[in-house]
Design a protein around this ligand. Sequence first.
Ligand code: OGA
Ligand code: MN
Length: 366
Amino acid sequence: MAKMAASVVETGEDAFRKIFKLYKRRSPPPDFNDVIDFSKCVTNDKIFPAKLDSAAVHDSDAAKVGLHPVQDWKAFTLQGYPGFIFITNPFSRGSQPFWVRQCLKTYPQKPNVCNLDMHMSPTDTQDIWTKSVPNLSCPSVGKREPRTLLERLRWVTLGYHYNWNSKTYSANHYTPFPSELHLLSSQIATACGFTGFNAEAGILNYYRSDSSLGIHVDESELDHSRPLLSFSFGQSAIFLLGGTHRQDPPTAMYMHSGDVMIMSGQSRLLYHAVPRIVPANQEVAALEPGQCSWEGGAVVEQVSEEDWTVCSRYIHSSRINMTVRQVLGQGQSFPEIPPLPGHIEEHQEDNTKRKRYSDSPYTEET
Ligand code: OGA
Ligand code: MN
């Protein structure tokens, strides 16, 4: 009975799904006039400036991870979404390329997990970057099937590796979380008033121009009092932020390269989705690595011209999103629940959906 109600919600035309479909539509294309563009810097009866704690993050620490001083960030919040904070590109000139390179060259490497591991051997997915670079080096002409592993990359998980089947994290599926991304995340969380944020899990999503991400809530983390951070690079996207029910109509906003979004407090468990990737503005085409001007102790490194050629070609048509999560509260640990006979059936049922979910989370709403 409970099951049937759930499937009605999944297939029915709730308000969120209607708007999701509207923004996903190709022909005729939707009207984008109602999409909020925080980069246009307007505040009105719905968009307010968000207060940040600029004294809590030293300018020199921000610079180490490639961020402008917090006092220069432009941060916004939305009427009706307490705890939601949108920071328009706080990255200093020349530092986005480092994070893009981490997402394309470093983070897909073992021991991190990616979608390609689901149907390929670890040796085949060992060095996606090196294997892809020779074939990526010619710009693609028109639409063709993605040939290289890099073009077939859909997601990477970091830290506590998210299990797409069981929708859980677990103590025994953990590899060290990248320290530089931990540092970047904790500084942003601190500026937003969340001291002691511990980046424990990351989900990186890789979008082609025709990709979308289905309607969902991120509730697998065990401590929902901790914020969820989201970083966007490359092509732009339309992000839909809804309510606690699928019947609540969502608000549409653009996410551009460098933008950071924080879902916390009452906005931590809201429905959201990415119905559409949209062409980026000129700034993305103009991105280039900085000239080693970072101070001592920097974690942001110079990206070689060779690496940047590949990265810039990739983000010319694709979008990368990193979400960073704290899974456990302070002093909390994963519950040790011995599997009960009744649970086995449920687990097997989930496994029948394995291929679909482990391949890609993008097909849910299509
Ligand atoms: C997610 C997510 C949004 C995005 O990974 O949970 O909601 O902008 N990503 O890609
Ligand atoms: Mn999400």
